[in-house]
Design a protein around this ligand. Structure first.
Ligand code: NOJ
Length: 549
């Protein structure tokens, strides 16, 4: 049985971490926005689910220009979400229930409302205050053009002009000015932030856009057009580590510095990098003297195809092992289409076009898609390493693809000139009860409208219901705790075409039928199956089974 107690400094290596998107989890004060007391009240759900930790997306003061990833104060709680006392109460209750607490740290940018940025705006060009951010004069005769062609991830130029004529860099929304990590005060302030939360008993950190912190600010700034591509595509065109703003080699110094802080605590604080970079480069962030883990998004981006999945799994395990890290697996989070919908989209589907069609082109068969999602989940939970589970996936929640555009909150929608619908469809407040106002989310409605079918996915509807997705997750997590030991797997040599079959070092096996036809079920005691198995000795398509040794 895996030791996940705080005595074990390696508890995180094979943990299941549940992502809470605080504004959409549970609303205790009835203002339509989820809050910390709402989370505390619902912690028994996480304990009963059997996860090891919860990771909270940002709950810091914010104008919510980017769902809280625009942080105005890294060491406080948004008053709409509660107070520091509420945070302490939440963390204490989580710990009492045996759950670790991981918080999101957003070091690449602040909110434009952060006191430093306000000071920078007032202080004017050339001031020391501006040097904490990336301000530059523009190009062109009157400085009317952006200082470089760098692109915002959310669309358009990454530069915004202020009234005195200077421009500042924002790799995301204009409300999220990028910090200058060459500045000592910036580095010192984040050390203080890491200690602040660690001292409050936080067990680990999820590091937002870890690969963006360091920019090449040598003059003249280098345009990315010279690489023959713009935006993130340019990353693949340059020698690794040399792109002007993504994944630069120098960023690793920062994380080596942070590791010293993490290791000063007992047990050491954990960290996971969000870094959308290819495998071998991603592993660098996960080295033991840096963050320890990095999200593996290649698995999430892999189509429902046996060869592709096997390749993604093998690759991720190898890169994690080479770095001395444990592997990570993610199927859903607050930035992507929920996997209960995504995995049914035919390969090559333009997800944005699908969202713009309200989820109608193509139409997805909800029960088939849930079946596939359950198979994918049991496959993920059988893999060596940590699984990151996103709130609502334990309910089999599909994407709310038909949100009317008038309610959209994601800055991506406006910043792309209403071309990309954005990520709101996976952020709709959770259904806790089958009916009632906002399906038990809170008494004051929900900040994004919940579809009328939400009640059928509610926690209340599924808890204790044999065969429900919630019960499947609960059983899987309970079993997983008992089964986990080593961090390796061995592929079966005789798996039929379209089937993933591997044994864990402990001897139990996971078999997933990714093909379109039933295959013979390999011998062994069935420990768990993603759907009830037929009696004819076959494993149907879109089904995963765990078999005893
Ligand atoms: C990654 C976060 O997951 C995403 O939600 C956010 O918009 C960007 N980083 C910017 O902070």
């Amino acid at each position: 049985m895996a030791d996940l107690s705080s005595r074990n400094p390696d508890w995180w290596r094979q943990a299941v971490i549940y992502q809470v998107y605080p504004r959409s989890f549970a609303d205790a004060d009835g203002d339509g926005l989820g809050d910390l007391r709402g989370i505390t009240g619902r912690l028994p759900h996480l304990a009963a689910l059997g996860v090891d930790a919860l990771w909270l997306s940002p709950f810091y003061p914010s104008e919510l220009a980017d769902g809280g990833y625009d942080v105005a104060d890294h060491r406080d709680v948004d008053p709409r979400l509660g107070t520091l006392d509420d945070f302490d109460a939440m963390a204490a209750e989580a710990h009492r229930l045996g759950l670790k607490v991981i918080v999101d740290i957003v070091p690449n940018h602040t909110s434009r409302l952060h006191p430093w940025f306000q000071e920078a705006l007032l202080a004017g060009p050339g001031s020391a205050a501006r040097d904490r951010y990336v301000f530059r004069p523009g190009r062109g005769e009157h400085g009317e053009l952006p200082p470089s062609d760098w692109r915002s991830v959310f669309g358009g130029s990454a530069w915004h002009r202020v009234p005195d004529g200077e421009w500042y860099l924002h790799l995301f929304a204009p409300e999220q000015p990028d910090l200058n990590w060459a500045h000592d005060e910036v580095r010192a302030d984040f050390r203080t932030t890491l200690r602040f939360w660690s001292d409050r008993g936080v067990d680990g950190f999820r590091v937002d856009v870890a690969h963006a912190l360091v920019k090449d600010l040598a003059e003249p700034l280098r345009d990315v057009a010279q690489f023959g591509a713009t935006g993130e595509q340019a990353l693949e065109r340059v020698p690794p580590g040399t792109h002007p703003y993504w994944d630069r080699d120098e960023v690793h110094e920062i994380f080596r510095d942070w590791r010293k802080i993490f290791d000063a605590y007992s047990p050491p604080r954990t960290a996971v990098a969000e870094a959308w970079v290819p495998g071998a480069r991603r592993a660098l962030y996960a080295r033991p003297d840096e963050l320890g883990q990095a999200f593996n998004f290649e698995y999430l981006q892999t189509a429902w195809d046996a060869d592709a999945l096997r390749g993604a799994i093998t690759g991720a395990l190898a890169t994690a092992r080479a770095a001395g890290a444990s592997a990570t697996w993610v199927l859903s989070n607050h930035d992507v289409v929920r996997h209960a919908s995504r995995l049914m989209l035919p390969p090559g589907t333009d997800e944005n076009a699908w969202l713009l069609s309200g989820g109608r082109a193509p139409e997805i068969d909800a029960s088939h898609s849930l079946r596939r999602a359950r198979a994918a989940t049991l496959l993920m939970l059988a893999l060596p390493g940590s699984s990151y589970v996103y709130q609502g996936e334990e309910l089999g929640l599909p994407e709310a693809a038909d949100l009317p555009v008038g309610v959209l909150q994601d800055p991506v929608w406006e910043q792309t000139g209403r071309a990309r619908k954005g990520r709101d469809g996976c952020r709709v407040p959770l259904p806790w009860t089958a009916d009632g106002p906002s399906y038990g989310f809170g008494s004051g409605g929900a900040w994004l409208p919940q579809p009328e079918w939400f009640g059928s996915y509610a926690v209340e509807t599924q808890a204790g219901t044999a065969g429900s997705t919630l019960e499947l997750y609960r059983t899987a997590l309970r079993l997983r705790r008992k089964l986990l030991e080593g961090e390796s797997l061995t592929w079966a040599a005789d798996a039929p075409f379209g089937v993933l079959h591997f044994a864990r070092s402990e001897g139990w096996r996971c078999v997933t039928n990714v093909s379109h036809a039933p295959v013979p079920l390999p011998p062994g005691e069935v420990l768990l199956a993603s759907v009830p198995l037929p009696l004819d000795g076959t494993l149907p398509p879109d089904t995963t089974v765990w078999l005893g040794a």
